[in-house]
Design a binder for this molecule. Structure first.
Ligand code: GRF
Length: 198
């Protein structure tokens, strides 16, 4: 199984996947942001990298087509969104039905979208977590494959929560990808989220 990993920034999830699954399973890392540090992480491990910069395209559709062309060249089995901060259009998503995964910092369906840590604090949540889900056209709306949670302690800031969430992400994403590689689960056959425990 070969992976394409899409990033926009630091790439700490990408690093966790490289460290656990191995760089040889990743046939390309693509960033929309030319300054993403994750590109350097990928280069360091000899992984092909590309920048498909959204700023150079007039519309989402044109951007998606360029991305599709770049990914198509590598023909991956799975597209892993790891901190990829762009919304993919419906026609792109449909081309790769059940083959795009995303990691999101909340217990979906709660807190779709951005600023999930602060929103959880503002709503007085005592439990928060991470979800890995199939990407569908609706933002953060696809079937959840795996979830892990942690408690929010009194006085913790959004940054504290982010640190807890990222630590969980770094364990969850490689674990789920390895299960897929080993054939332990099939993406389109998961009917309830696998509960991730440390
Ligand atoms: C993660 O928190 C992920 O949940 C969100 O973006 C962040 C990416 O971090 N979608 P990194 O680039 O993997 O360090």
């Amino acid at each position: 199984m070969q992976l394409a990993i899409l990033i926009s920034g630091n790439g700490s999830n990408l690093q966790a996947i490289i460290d656990t699954i191995g760089a040889d399973k990743i046939n390309v890392v693509i960033s929309n942001n030319p300054d993403a540090y994750g590109l350097i992480r990928a280069c360091f491990h000899g992984i092909n990298t590309h920048v498909v910069n959204h700023r150079l395209y007039d519309s989402r559709d044109q951007y998606d087509q360029a991305l599709h062309q770049c990914i198509g060249y590598y023909n991956p089995d799975l597209i892993i969104l790891a901190g990829f901060m762009r919304i993919l259009g419906a026609s792109f998503v449909q081309k790769y039905e059940n083959r795009i995964l995303n990691i999101h910092p909340s217990l979906l369906p709660k807190f779709k979208g951005l600023n999930t840590y602060q929103r959880a604090i503002d709503d007085g949540e005592y439990e928060h977590g991470v979800s890995i889900h199939i990407v569908i056209p609706e933002l953060d709306g696809g079937t959840v494959l795996m979830q892990g949670s942690y408690y929010l302690e009194d006085g913790e800031t959004a940054e504290d929560h982010r640190a807890k969430g990222l630590a969980l992400e770094h364990q969850m994403y490689p674990k789920l990808i390895q299960m897929l590689i080993d054939g332990k689960i099939q993406i389109d056959k998961v009917c309830k989220p696998i509960e991730f425990t440390l």
